[in-house]
Design a protein around this ligand. Structure first.
Ligand code: NAP
Length: 488
């Protein structure tokens, strides 16, 4: 029997695959569940067994309050219309073509998994890292747990003045007692316990008004137990264009006030120093025996462009700083997925308000959508992803209502037949395919087993959780819990 119910009706729900179970993926699922005019069924995939993406592996361990947002995502997972498939890597465990033939719509919520490059000599020396790598390491991301950072050095450079730079600086500057009550990984805490880092130089290519950090983050630096913040008062003397920019920007005004307070306070004799250098661009990282030993910067001047953007240009004055580690914190970048369009220049999936396009400004790819950092680039806080997802979901529903052909090449959307449809004319369920391929996928209930173990271990030690960071261990723990006899 072939069923030909309208797509989105109760007998023929729209089958949606969301790739990536970070904040943007969960907000997309949440927005889909709220649709009154269309029935949906959602499969949420992640390449790791663990859900929550950057909330688990990006948000700093000492920012636990931000992590409580996962309660909202748990509520989404309680809805029977949503299933979780962890440990499924698109492009490896399952192909783009397989996905396309099993769903009406696909949403890419894959974030921005790589980092931007400075493009200067010495960037690839040992000891030069992206902040992304350090963040993923101390947060226990399975792909980064084996990284090694030589914290025996005394001076470190952090390049960029966004919130990620603030996170990295804070983690390097905090005392063990400030960190041991967080969910920082055990191995990172051990390394930081022995850390010899005394000076953290932060380099901003533009001025303090143009800094991207938000006010709570810069204030937090001023409240650290064992680190002073050094701001040169001369850096806070603003040119006319920066003065005007600051007057129209509340965050910049507050930041300048905080930086002024820090400049007034000066060093108080704490063992570590966080030293801000504004208007300085790195020009070369140099090394001894292949490892970073110094970084040269060029002094910049600000210059307002015709569009009103305040840019910077080098003025030919160079200074060398002795540093043993460099953390480039100049922004994230997307990574291409096999079979999915990618706009290399911006490091995103090309799209029109969330509808994937074949190229930047090109034709729409029917039935494929994107949300979050993969859609708009690596900007904004976790909450920014909510309206972003709502925008994409509105277009997805518009396409369903307008009976847009979602899977060209397949049978018509409202009456499908062919190899991937079940007996009701719906695209076939993904589970048999995953099982046939031997993919050891993780359900949400499986994840909750891990979560409970992490929480229980944490409770014993006065930490929010003790993270399991090894995928094999995660799968072993899940497997043994699955095999436990169910009590009558
Ligand atoms: P970001 O806010 O875009 O900051 C990037 C920094 O790198 C800027 O200071 C930028 O300077 C600088 N930069 C870029 N290219 C450079 C170059 N070639 N040379 C020198 N400096 C360069 O990025 P992010 O810190 O990675 O953060 C990403 C997003 O996550 C942001 O929206 C952030 O607010 C958010 N986030 C939030 C939190 C939180 O809420 N606590 C924590 C972490 C991240 P220019 O301004 O001159 O380009």
């Amino acid at each position: 029997m072939t069923f030909s119910g309208r797509l989105g009706s109760s007998s023929r729900p729209v089958r949606v695959a969301i790739i990536g179970a970070g904040p943007s993926g969960f907000y997309a699922a949440g927005a889909l569940l709220q649709q009154k005019d269309a029935h949906v069924s959602i499969d949420l995939f992640d390449r790791l067994p663990t859900p929550y993406g950057l909330v688990r592996y990006g948000v700093a361990p000492d920012h636990q309050k931000i992590k409580s947002v996962t309660r909202i995502y748990e509520r989404t997972m309680k809805d029977s219309r949503v299933r979780y498939f962890g440990n499924v890597n698109l492009g490896f465990d399952i192909t783009h073509a397989e996905l396309k033939s099993h769903y009406d719509q696909i949403v890419y919520a894959v974030g921005a998994q790589s980092d931007k490059k400075l493009g200067i000599p010495g960037e690839d020396l040992e000891g030069s890292f992206s902040a992304t790598e350090f963040v993923a390491w101390y947060n226990g991301h399975p792909d980064f747990r084996h990284f090694q950072f030589d914290l025996s050095v005394e001076s470190v450079a952090v390049i960029g003045v966004g919130n990620v730079a603030m996170d990295v600086t804070r983690i390097l500057a905090k005392s063990v007692s400030e960190l041991e009550t967080t969910d920082i990984t055990d191995y990172a805490l051990e390394e930081l316990r022995d850390s010899n880092v005394k000076r953290i130089h932060i380099f901003a290519r533009r001025g303090p008004v143009q800094a991207k950090f938000t006010n709570p983050e810069i204030k937090e630096l001023g409240e650290l137990e064992i680190a002073d913040v050094i701001v040169n008062p001369a850096d806070l003397v603003l040119d006319e264009a920066s003065q005007a920019e600051m007057e129209g920007d509340r965050t910049a005004r507050r930041n300048i006030e905080t930086l002024q307070d820090l400049a007034d306070r000066g060093p108080t004799g704490k063992p570590k120093q966080i030293i801000f250098h504004f208007l300085r661009s790195p020009t070369e990282i140099t090394g001894e025996a292949g490892a970073v030993s110094a970084m040269t910067t060029e002094k910049n001047a600000l210059q307002e462009t015709e569009s009103g953007y305040i840019a910077c240009r080098g003025i030919g004055t160079f200074t060398e700083y002795d540093v043993g580690l460099v953390f480039r914190s100049i922004g994230y970048r997307g990574v291409p997925i096999p079979g999915v369009p990618f706009y290399d220049r911006w490091g995103i999936i090309p799209n029109e308000k969330g509808r994937v396009t074949v190229d930047h400004g090109g034709a729409v790819v029917p039935g494929e959508y994107t949300v979050g950092w993969a859609k708009r680039g690596p900007t904004g806080v976790i909450g920014t992803n909510k309206p972003d997802a709502v925008e994409t979901v509105r277009l997805m529903m518009e396409d369903v209502n307008n009976a847009v052909e979602l899977r060209p090449g397949d049978a018509p959307a409202n009456n499908r037949s062919g190899p991937h449809v079940d007996g009701h004319g719906r695209p076939g369920d993904i589970i048999p395919l995953l099982k046939n391929k031997g993919v050891d996928f993780v359900s949400f209930a499986d994840w909750q087993i891990l979560e409970q173990i992490e929480n229980e271990r944490g409770e014993l030690r006065g930490q929010p959780r003790v993270k399991i960071t090894d995928v094999d261990e995660m799968l072993r723990l899940i497997q043994s819990a699955r095999e436990e006899p169910v009590l009558p």
